[in-house]
Ligand binder design. Structure first.
Ligand SMILES: Cc1ncc(COP(=O)(O)O)c(C=O)c1O
Length: 378
């Protein structure tokens, strides 16, 4: 069906109308142009005295134009929606998000002059809310974060718009075989390293889409690398992994923004995961602080969850006399969390103490102390 539409943002000038297929070609061209102007993210190599014989690599997704790994997902969801014929000129886009995805989607909606509404929990960080508004998006808050899906779907329906639905579409909108997805990019960047096939990749889960892409890509490429997914304290994913229950739920909202979900999201694929570790929030935040100190710049809470997973696996490898390499992600930077994880008053009010955990991590990184292995994780 061909419909006639006005050309987007004509700066006040009357321009010829565009057909639907012309708009689609224009929109895809804009997204390709944006990607063409962008660079890939760094794979940073770290070394620690306590991890002799083990190399650690962190894929730094905080350097995307919208500051997080969700830049990749947002782009994929837009391409998926446009190529499926679900997004047209003027379509109102709606998303349920804990914030980072909405920040990235607001950026792409702005590029395409499309209205965008983010449905988020009321506690979403102010920095993320400000970024969405700066890109021209609107924020719709709900008190109970488990309601974001239903509210977003209803809003999209009411406005005859499109619900981007990252939690369902993350695993299918991403080209998991290649097309420079995050896994392909990591393995290409490792090509000249001593261990081009890492022993482990460690990733947390929000939608579960990134771990699904990495797990599938590892199998597709025939690598021996194993995938460990680290879950937040308040989250349903670990329970699903352990007993196969896709109806598992968690009554309390996750305190690690971006990861840990009240329900098992459709994009979470336990079958491609080799191991899972449940990480207490105090340890995630301690690991975030420790890594930030070592990098001399701040990372976000979910990166702390990843870094604990890296340390725990490295400790186990060393205890068993193994060498090799471990890859994980810097999911976003710490500037979004100055008034939460980096604020001692916020930590006190949340009842989170991180001193013992920080000591354990620093002891391991500097001296190979293995107290970490006894830390309770489930
Ligand atoms: C900061 C942050 N870290 C990690 C994740 C998890 O990524 P994924 O949704 O691919 O599981 C998210 C997802 O929103 C996030 O916002």
């Amino acid at each position: 069906m061909t419909q006639h539409h006005k050309r987007p943002s004509d700066g006040g000038l009357a321009l010829p109308v565009m057909t639907e297929s012309e708009w689609t070609r224009w929109a895809i061209g804009v997204l390709h142009g944006d990607a063409n102007r962008s660079a890939d993210t760094h794979l940073t190599k770290l070394s620690f005295k306590g991890m002799l014989g083990i190399s650690v690599y962190l894929k730094d997704e905080s350097t995307h134009p919208t500051g997080s790994l969700k830049h990749r997902l947002a782009r994929s969801l837009f391409l998926y929606g446009i190529c499926n014929g679900w997004i047209h000129e003027g379509t109102t886009l709606v998303e349920a998000s804990s914030g980072s995805t909405a920040v990235s989607e607001a950026y792409f909606a702005n590029l395409l002059n499309l209205p965008f509404i983010a449905v988020m929990g009321a506690s979403t960080s102010k920095q993320k809310v400000d970024a969405i508004i700066r890109s021209g998006g609107q924020c719709h808050f709900v008190d109970d974060p488990s309601k974001i899906y239903r509210v977003a779907e209803q809003l999209a329906f009411d406005r005859k718009g499109h619900y981007l639905d990252q939690f369902t579409n993350a695993e299918r909108a991403t080209d998991w075989r290649g097309n420079n997805n995050i896994a392909e990019s990591i393995f290409k960047q490792l090509a000249l390293e001593q261990d081009p096939e890492p022993t482990w990749v460690v990733m947390n889960a929000g939608t579960g889409g990134t771990s699904a892409t990495i797990g599938r890509y590892i199998r597709y490429s025939g690598f021996k690398t194993r995938l460990c997914v680290v879950d937040a304290e308040y989250s349903a994913f670990y329970q699903c992994y352990v007993n196969g229950d896709r109806m598992a739920s968690c009554a309390l909202p996750s305190r690690i923004e971006g990861i840990g979900r009240p329900r098992v999201e459709p994009s979470f694929l336990p079958s491609v995961i080799d191991d899972m570790i449940k990480v207490p929030d105090a340890m995630s935040i301690a690991a975030m602080h420790v890594l930030s100190d070592r990098l001399s710049r701040r990372v976000g809470g979910s990166t702390g969850t990843n870094f604990y997973g890296v340390c725990r696996i490295a400790a186990n490898m060393l205890a068993q006399g193994q060498t090799g390499s471990i890859v994980s992600l810097i999911c976003d930077g710490g500037e979004r969390y100055t008034s939460t994880y980096y604020d001692p008053a916020w930590l006190d009010s949340a009842g989170i103490s991180i001193h013992r955990e920080m000591e354990m991590l620093n002891g391991f990184l500097d001296g190979g102390s293995f107290d970490l292995i006894g830390y309770p994780t489930s």
